[in-house]
Design a protein around this ligand. Sequence first.
Ligand SMILES: [Zn+2]
Length: 406
Amino acid sequence: MNQDYSTPAAVRAHNLSFTINLIRERGTITRAELNQITHLSTTTISALVNVLIASGFVTEAGIGVSSGGRRPVVLEFDYNARFTLGVDMGATHITVIIMKLNGQVIARKNRNVDVIHQPYLSLDSILEMITSILDECHLTYDNLLGIALTVPAPLIDELTGEFLTYYMPAWSGILPANYLRQTINLPIYVENDANSASLAEKYWGIGRGYDNLAYIKLGTGVGAGLIINNEIYRGVNGNAGEIGHTTIEASGRLCRCGNHGCIESYVGIPGLLRDVREGLRNDPAWQNILESMKIDQIIDAANKGNEVCIQVITKAGKYMGIGIANLVNLFNPGLVVIGGELTAAGDLFLNSVLSSIRERSIPFGIHREKLVLGELGSDAVAIGAATLVMLNAFNEINLYQTLRKK
Ligand SMILES: [Zn+2]
Protein backbone atom coordinates (compact mmCIF):
# COMPACT_ATOMS: atom_id res chain seq x y z
CA MET A 1 0.00 0.00 0.00
CA ASN A 2 1.37 3.40 -0.93
CA GLN A 3 1.21 5.91 1.89
CA ASP A 4 0.91 9.58 1.16
CA TYR A 5 2.74 11.75 3.69
CA SER A 6 2.48 14.91 1.63
CA THR A 7 -0.32 16.46 3.69
CA PRO A 8 -0.37 17.37 7.40
CA ALA A 9 -3.50 15.21 7.82
CA ALA A 10 -1.68 12.15 6.43
CA VAL A 11 1.31 12.75 8.70
CA ARG A 12 -0.99 13.12 11.67
CA ALA A 13 -2.86 9.89 10.84
CA HIS A 14 0.47 8.09 10.54
CA ASN A 15 1.70 9.43 13.90
CA LEU A 16 -1.58 8.64 15.61
CA SER A 17 -1.60 5.08 14.24
CA PHE A 18 2.03 4.53 15.27
CA THR A 19 1.30 5.85 18.76
CA ILE A 20 -1.84 3.83 19.45
CA ASN A 21 -0.19 0.63 18.18
CA LEU A 22 2.86 1.29 20.35
CA ILE A 23 0.69 1.71 23.46
CA ARG A 24 -1.38 -1.36 22.48
CA GLU A 25 1.74 -3.50 22.10
CA ARG A 26 3.37 -2.34 25.33
CA GLY A 27 0.29 -2.06 27.52
CA THR A 28 1.65 0.95 29.43
CA ILE A 29 3.91 3.85 28.51
CA THR A 30 4.67 7.39 29.68
CA ARG A 31 4.57 10.55 27.56
CA ALA A 32 8.33 10.86 28.05
CA GLU A 33 8.87 7.37 26.65
CA LEU A 34 6.64 8.22 23.68
CA ASN A 35 8.78 11.29 23.19
CA GLN A 36 11.99 9.24 23.19
CA ILE A 37 10.67 6.61 20.78
CA THR A 38 8.83 8.79 18.28
CA HIS A 39 11.05 11.91 18.37
CA LEU A 40 7.84 13.93 18.10
CA SER A 41 7.55 17.17 20.02
CA THR A 42 5.99 17.24 23.49
CA THR A 43 3.14 19.34 22.13
CA THR A 44 2.42 16.89 19.30
CA ILE A 45 2.47 13.90 21.65
CA SER A 46 0.21 15.66 24.09
CA ALA A 47 -2.30 16.35 21.29
CA LEU A 48 -2.17 12.76 20.01
CA VAL A 49 -2.60 11.32 23.50
CA ASN A 50 -5.59 13.58 24.13
CA VAL A 51 -7.30 12.14 21.05
CA LEU A 52 -6.59 8.58 22.23
CA ILE A 53 -7.85 9.28 25.75
CA ALA A 54 -11.05 10.84 24.37
CA SER A 55 -11.60 7.72 22.25
CA GLY A 56 -11.55 5.48 25.33
CA PHE A 57 -8.71 3.23 24.10
CA VAL A 58 -6.12 4.85 26.37
CA THR A 59 -6.51 5.85 30.02
CA GLU A 60 -4.29 7.69 32.47
CA ALA A 61 -3.51 5.01 34.99
CA GLY A 62 -1.67 6.33 37.97
CA ILE A 63 1.87 7.34 38.57
CA GLY A 64 5.01 5.72 37.16
CA VAL A 65 8.57 5.49 38.45
CA SER A 66 10.35 8.82 38.54
CA SER A 67 13.77 9.31 37.02
CA GLY A 68 14.17 12.44 39.15
CA GLY A 69 11.73 15.31 39.32
CA ARG A 70 7.97 15.01 38.99
CA ARG A 71 6.73 11.42 38.74
CA PRO A 72 5.20 10.74 35.30
CA VAL A 73 1.59 9.74 34.59
CA VAL A 74 1.39 6.27 33.05
CA LEU A 75 -0.75 5.84 29.96
CA GLU A 76 -2.46 2.48 29.78
CA PHE A 77 -4.14 0.72 26.86
CA ASP A 78 -7.66 -0.52 27.66
CA TYR A 79 -7.83 -4.00 26.09
CA ASN A 80 -11.55 -4.15 26.82
CA ALA A 81 -12.34 -0.85 25.08
CA ARG A 82 -13.61 -2.79 22.10
CA PHE A 83 -13.50 -6.40 20.87
CA THR A 84 -12.91 -8.14 17.57
CA LEU A 85 -14.81 -11.07 16.12
CA GLY A 86 -13.22 -13.77 13.98
CA VAL A 87 -15.05 -16.39 11.90
CA ASP A 88 -13.25 -19.51 10.69
CA MET A 89 -15.32 -21.00 7.88
CA GLY A 90 -13.73 -24.36 7.09
CA ALA A 91 -14.86 -27.05 4.66
CA THR A 92 -17.08 -28.77 7.23
CA HIS A 93 -17.17 -26.48 10.28
CA ILE A 94 -17.68 -22.89 11.39
CA THR A 95 -15.90 -21.46 14.45
CA VAL A 96 -16.67 -18.00 15.81
CA ILE A 97 -14.60 -16.30 18.50
CA ILE A 98 -14.61 -12.95 20.28
CA MET A 99 -11.17 -11.60 21.14
CA LYS A 100 -9.90 -8.91 23.48
CA LEU A 101 -7.35 -6.49 22.05
CA ASN A 102 -4.55 -8.36 23.87
CA GLY A 103 -5.30 -11.57 21.94
CA GLN A 104 -7.29 -13.26 24.69
CA VAL A 105 -10.29 -15.25 23.44
CA ILE A 106 -13.30 -14.53 25.65
CA ALA A 107 -15.89 -16.67 23.87
CA ARG A 108 -15.97 -19.39 21.25
CA LYS A 109 -18.67 -21.22 19.29
CA ASN A 110 -18.29 -24.17 16.97
CA ARG A 111 -20.77 -25.82 14.62
CA ASN A 112 -20.46 -28.60 12.04
CA VAL A 113 -21.82 -27.32 8.73
CA ASP A 114 -21.48 -28.71 5.21
CA VAL A 115 -19.87 -25.47 4.05
CA ILE A 116 -18.64 -26.90 0.74
CA HIS A 117 -22.13 -27.72 -0.55
CA GLN A 118 -24.34 -25.29 1.43
CA PRO A 119 -23.23 -21.67 0.94
CA TYR A 120 -26.36 -19.86 2.13
CA LEU A 121 -26.92 -22.24 5.04
CA SER A 122 -23.29 -21.54 6.02
CA LEU A 123 -23.59 -17.75 5.79
CA ASP A 124 -26.88 -17.74 7.70
CA SER A 125 -25.31 -20.01 10.35
CA ILE A 126 -22.51 -17.48 10.70
CA LEU A 127 -25.02 -14.66 11.23
CA GLU A 128 -26.88 -16.73 13.86
CA MET A 129 -23.67 -17.69 15.63
CA ILE A 130 -22.54 -14.05 15.73
CA THR A 131 -25.84 -12.95 17.28
CA SER A 132 -25.74 -15.70 19.85
CA ILE A 133 -22.07 -15.25 20.85
CA LEU A 134 -22.64 -11.49 21.30
CA ASP A 135 -25.70 -12.20 23.50
CA GLU A 136 -23.69 -14.68 25.52
CA CYS A 137 -21.02 -12.04 26.19
CA HIS A 138 -23.59 -9.28 26.82
CA LEU A 139 -22.12 -7.34 23.89
CA THR A 140 -23.63 -5.64 20.84
CA TYR A 141 -22.24 -4.75 17.41
CA ASP A 142 -21.24 -1.37 18.88
CA ASN A 143 -18.67 -3.15 21.06
CA LEU A 144 -16.92 -4.62 18.01
CA LEU A 145 -14.22 -3.04 15.85
CA GLY A 146 -15.28 -5.29 13.00
CA ILE A 147 -15.60 -8.86 11.80
CA ALA A 148 -13.27 -11.00 9.70
CA LEU A 149 -14.14 -14.21 7.92
CA THR A 150 -11.76 -16.85 6.57
CA VAL A 151 -12.37 -19.02 3.52
CA PRO A 152 -10.81 -22.45 2.86
CA ALA A 153 -9.59 -21.47 -0.60
CA PRO A 154 -7.38 -18.87 -2.28
CA LEU A 155 -8.91 -15.42 -1.85
CA ILE A 156 -9.48 -13.48 -5.06
CA ASP A 157 -10.94 -10.20 -3.76
CA GLU A 158 -10.40 -8.95 -0.19
CA LEU A 159 -13.28 -6.51 -0.34
CA THR A 160 -16.13 -8.75 -1.55
CA GLY A 161 -14.66 -12.00 -0.25
CA GLU A 162 -14.76 -13.60 -3.69
CA PHE A 163 -12.62 -16.74 -3.59
CA LEU A 164 -11.51 -19.48 -5.95
CA THR A 165 -14.50 -21.83 -6.18
CA TYR A 166 -12.78 -24.56 -8.18
CA TYR A 167 -13.10 -26.99 -5.24
CA MET A 168 -16.40 -25.52 -4.00
CA PRO A 169 -18.51 -24.91 -7.15
CA ALA A 170 -21.68 -24.36 -5.09
CA TRP A 171 -20.11 -21.02 -4.05
CA SER A 172 -19.66 -19.80 -7.59
CA GLY A 173 -20.83 -16.17 -7.86
CA ILE A 174 -21.37 -15.78 -4.09
CA LEU A 175 -19.59 -12.88 -2.38
CA PRO A 176 -19.52 -13.75 1.34
CA ALA A 177 -18.49 -10.33 2.66
CA ASN A 178 -21.22 -8.57 0.66
CA TYR A 179 -23.80 -11.06 1.94
CA LEU A 180 -22.84 -10.41 5.58
CA ARG A 181 -22.90 -6.64 4.96
CA GLN A 182 -26.63 -6.84 4.19
CA THR A 183 -27.15 -7.56 7.91
CA ILE A 184 -24.05 -6.22 9.65
CA ASN A 185 -23.05 -2.56 9.57
CA LEU A 186 -19.40 -2.99 10.59
CA PRO A 187 -16.10 -3.26 8.72
CA ILE A 188 -15.94 -6.81 7.32
CA TYR A 189 -12.66 -8.36 6.19
CA VAL A 190 -11.90 -11.67 4.48
CA GLU A 191 -8.75 -13.77 4.47
CA ASN A 192 -7.60 -17.23 3.42
CA ASP A 193 -7.50 -19.75 6.30
CA ALA A 194 -3.77 -20.60 6.26
CA ASN A 195 -2.83 -16.92 5.96
CA SER A 196 -5.06 -16.15 8.91
CA ALA A 197 -3.49 -18.88 11.05
CA SER A 198 -0.02 -17.58 10.20
CA LEU A 199 -1.07 -14.15 11.45
CA ALA A 200 -2.41 -15.62 14.72
CA GLU A 201 0.79 -17.53 15.45
CA LYS A 202 2.89 -14.48 14.60
CA TYR A 203 0.99 -12.14 16.94
CA TRP A 204 -0.03 -14.39 19.82
CA GLY A 205 1.58 -17.80 19.38
CA ILE A 206 4.91 -19.44 18.72
CA GLY A 207 5.76 -17.02 15.90
CA ARG A 208 6.06 -13.95 18.15
CA GLY A 209 9.13 -11.96 17.27
CA TYR A 210 9.51 -13.43 13.78
CA ASP A 211 9.28 -11.08 10.79
CA ASN A 212 9.30 -14.02 8.37
CA LEU A 213 7.51 -17.29 8.87
CA ALA A 214 5.58 -19.98 7.07
CA TYR A 215 2.50 -21.71 8.51
CA ILE A 216 1.61 -25.10 7.05
CA LYS A 217 -2.02 -26.07 7.54
CA LEU A 218 -2.63 -29.81 7.36
CA GLY A 219 -6.25 -30.83 7.03
CA THR A 220 -8.52 -31.88 4.18
CA GLY A 221 -6.37 -29.55 2.11
CA VAL A 222 -2.72 -28.67 2.56
CA GLY A 223 -1.97 -24.95 2.39
CA ALA A 224 0.66 -22.52 3.58
CA GLY A 225 0.44 -18.99 4.92
CA LEU A 226 3.55 -16.95 4.21
CA ILE A 227 4.53 -13.90 6.22
CA ILE A 228 7.33 -11.99 4.55
CA ASN A 229 8.71 -8.84 6.22
CA ASN A 230 5.72 -8.80 8.61
CA GLU A 231 3.13 -8.86 5.84
CA ILE A 232 0.99 -11.70 4.52
CA TYR A 233 2.26 -12.59 1.06
CA ARG A 234 -0.66 -13.36 -1.28
CA GLY A 235 0.92 -13.18 -4.71
CA VAL A 236 -0.76 -11.52 -7.66
CA ASN A 237 -4.16 -13.22 -7.35
CA GLY A 238 -4.18 -14.87 -3.94
CA ASN A 239 -2.64 -18.18 -4.96
CA ALA A 240 0.65 -17.85 -3.07
CA GLY A 241 1.26 -20.57 -0.50
CA GLU A 242 -0.56 -23.34 -2.35
CA ILE A 243 2.14 -25.78 -1.27
CA GLY A 244 -0.38 -28.65 -1.36
CA HIS A 245 -0.49 -28.39 -5.14
CA THR A 246 3.23 -28.55 -5.77
CA THR A 247 4.28 -31.81 -7.42
CA ILE A 248 5.91 -34.56 -5.38
CA GLU A 249 5.48 -37.48 -7.81
CA ALA A 250 5.81 -36.61 -11.49
CA SER A 251 3.34 -39.35 -12.55
CA GLY A 252 1.56 -39.65 -9.22
CA ARG A 253 -2.09 -39.98 -8.31
CA LEU A 254 -4.77 -37.61 -9.61
CA CYS A 255 -5.34 -34.62 -7.33
CA ARG A 256 -8.64 -32.73 -6.92
CA CYS A 257 -6.95 -29.78 -8.69
CA GLY A 258 -6.68 -31.84 -11.86
CA ASN A 259 -2.91 -32.33 -11.77
CA HIS A 260 -1.06 -35.51 -10.87
CA GLY A 261 1.17 -36.20 -7.88
CA CYS A 262 0.45 -33.10 -5.77
CA ILE A 263 1.57 -33.16 -2.12
CA GLU A 264 -2.04 -32.75 -1.02
CA SER A 265 -3.12 -35.95 -2.78
CA TYR A 266 -0.82 -37.85 -0.37
CA VAL A 267 -0.76 -35.67 2.76
CA GLY A 268 -4.32 -34.29 2.73
CA ILE A 269 -6.71 -36.31 4.90
CA PRO A 270 -8.63 -37.87 1.96
CA GLY A 271 -5.30 -39.15 0.57
CA LEU A 272 -4.31 -40.62 3.94
CA LEU A 273 -7.69 -42.33 4.32
CA ARG A 274 -7.30 -43.80 0.84
CA ASP A 275 -3.88 -45.23 1.69
CA VAL A 276 -5.14 -46.75 4.93
CA ARG A 277 -8.13 -48.30 3.13
CA GLU A 278 -5.84 -49.87 0.57
CA GLY A 279 -3.46 -51.14 3.22
CA LEU A 280 -6.13 -52.61 5.49
CA ARG A 281 -8.72 -53.83 3.01
CA ASN A 282 -7.91 -57.49 3.78
CA ASP A 283 -7.77 -57.02 7.54
CA PRO A 284 -11.02 -58.45 8.99
CA ALA A 285 -10.82 -56.25 12.11
CA TRP A 286 -11.18 -53.12 9.94
CA GLN A 287 -13.83 -54.25 7.46
CA ASN A 288 -16.74 -52.46 9.10
CA ILE A 289 -15.11 -49.09 9.63
CA LEU A 290 -12.92 -48.65 6.54
CA GLU A 291 -15.48 -46.48 4.74
CA SER A 292 -16.49 -44.32 7.70
CA MET A 293 -13.17 -43.94 9.51
CA LYS A 294 -11.77 -40.57 10.51
CA ILE A 295 -8.22 -39.29 10.78
CA ASP A 296 -8.17 -39.53 14.59
CA GLN A 297 -8.91 -43.28 14.37
CA ILE A 298 -5.88 -43.69 12.11
CA ILE A 299 -3.68 -41.70 14.49
CA ASP A 300 -5.01 -43.70 17.43
CA ALA A 301 -4.30 -47.01 15.65
CA ALA A 302 -0.78 -45.83 14.75
CA ASN A 303 -0.11 -44.96 18.39
CA LYS A 304 -1.21 -48.49 19.32
CA GLY A 305 1.29 -49.97 16.89
CA ASN A 306 -0.76 -50.65 13.72
CA GLU A 307 1.94 -51.00 11.05
CA VAL A 308 -0.18 -49.82 8.11
CA CYS A 309 -1.27 -46.63 9.91
CA ILE A 310 2.31 -45.98 11.07
CA GLN A 311 3.58 -46.33 7.51
CA VAL A 312 0.89 -44.08 6.04
CA ILE A 313 1.62 -41.29 8.54
CA THR A 314 5.37 -41.69 8.13
CA LYS A 315 5.07 -41.49 4.35
CA ALA A 316 2.90 -38.36 4.65
CA GLY A 317 5.59 -36.84 6.90
CA LYS A 318 8.28 -37.67 4.37
CA TYR A 319 6.35 -36.05 1.50
CA MET A 320 5.46 -33.01 3.59
CA GLY A 321 9.12 -32.70 4.61
CA ILE A 322 10.16 -32.57 0.95
CA GLY A 323 7.58 -29.83 0.36
CA ILE A 324 8.80 -27.87 3.38
CA ALA A 325 12.45 -28.30 2.33
CA ASN A 326 11.54 -26.80 -1.05
CA LEU A 327 9.74 -23.92 0.63
CA VAL A 328 12.66 -23.32 3.01
CA ASN A 329 15.11 -23.34 0.12
CA LEU A 330 12.99 -20.81 -1.76
CA PHE A 331 11.91 -18.43 1.03
CA ASN A 332 14.34 -18.94 3.92
CA PRO A 333 11.73 -18.17 6.60
CA GLY A 334 12.95 -17.91 10.18
CA LEU A 335 10.33 -20.34 11.38
CA VAL A 336 8.06 -23.02 9.94
CA VAL A 337 4.92 -23.57 12.02
CA ILE A 338 2.81 -26.67 11.48
CA GLY A 339 -0.87 -26.72 12.38
CA GLY A 340 -4.06 -28.57 11.52
CA GLU A 341 -5.66 -31.92 12.26
CA LEU A 342 -2.73 -34.12 11.25
CA THR A 343 -0.49 -32.57 13.92
CA ALA A 344 -2.38 -34.75 16.43
CA ALA A 345 -0.11 -37.56 15.16
CA GLY A 346 2.68 -35.82 17.10
CA ASP A 347 6.27 -37.10 16.94
CA LEU A 348 5.49 -39.96 14.57
CA PHE A 349 4.61 -37.41 11.89
CA LEU A 350 6.99 -34.63 12.95
CA ASN A 351 10.11 -36.80 13.14
CA SER A 352 9.43 -38.07 9.65
CA VAL A 353 8.99 -34.48 8.40
CA LEU A 354 12.20 -33.41 10.12
CA SER A 355 14.40 -36.19 8.76
CA SER A 356 13.02 -35.54 5.29
CA ILE A 357 13.83 -31.81 5.62
CA ARG A 358 17.34 -32.56 6.91
CA GLU A 359 18.02 -34.76 3.90
CA ARG A 360 16.99 -32.08 1.45
CA SER A 361 17.49 -28.54 2.74
CA ILE A 362 20.64 -26.92 1.49
CA PRO A 363 23.29 -27.10 4.23
CA PHE A 364 23.38 -23.43 5.17
CA GLY A 365 19.60 -23.39 5.56
CA ILE A 366 19.30 -26.13 8.17
CA HIS A 367 20.53 -24.41 11.28
CA ARG A 368 18.51 -21.28 10.79
CA GLU A 369 15.18 -22.88 10.09
CA LYS A 370 13.04 -24.13 12.89
CA LEU A 371 10.14 -26.48 12.59
CA VAL A 372 7.57 -26.18 15.38
CA LEU A 373 3.98 -27.02 16.13
CA GLY A 374 1.54 -24.10 16.35
CA GLU A 375 0.60 -23.01 19.88
CA LEU A 376 -2.97 -21.95 19.18
CA GLY A 377 -4.30 -25.29 17.94
CA SER A 378 -7.55 -25.35 16.02
CA ASP A 379 -8.47 -21.80 17.12
CA ALA A 380 -5.54 -20.32 15.15
CA VAL A 381 -7.60 -19.55 12.04
CA ALA A 382 -10.38 -17.73 13.92
CA ILE A 383 -7.87 -15.90 16.15
CA GLY A 384 -6.00 -14.76 13.03
CA ALA A 385 -9.25 -13.38 11.62
CA ALA A 386 -9.94 -11.47 14.84
CA THR A 387 -6.34 -10.18 14.70
CA LEU A 388 -6.84 -8.97 11.14
CA VAL A 389 -9.76 -6.82 12.35
CA MET A 390 -7.54 -5.30 15.05
CA LEU A 391 -4.66 -4.54 12.68
CA ASN A 392 -7.01 -2.94 10.17
CA ALA A 393 -8.87 -0.90 12.79
CA PHE A 394 -5.66 0.75 14.02
CA ASN A 395 -3.95 1.33 10.69
CA GLU A 396 -3.70 4.89 9.46
CA ILE A 397 -6.43 4.48 6.87
CA ASN A 398 -9.19 3.29 9.22
CA LEU A 399 -8.03 4.78 12.53
CA TYR A 400 -10.16 7.93 12.52
CA GLN A 401 -13.30 5.89 11.94
CA THR A 402 -12.24 3.52 14.72
CA LEU A 403 -11.65 6.35 17.20
CA ARG A 404 -14.86 8.18 16.36
CA LYS A 405 -17.22 5.26 16.78
CA LYS A 406 -18.19 4.61 20.37
ZN1 LIG B 1 -3.31 -30.62 -6.68
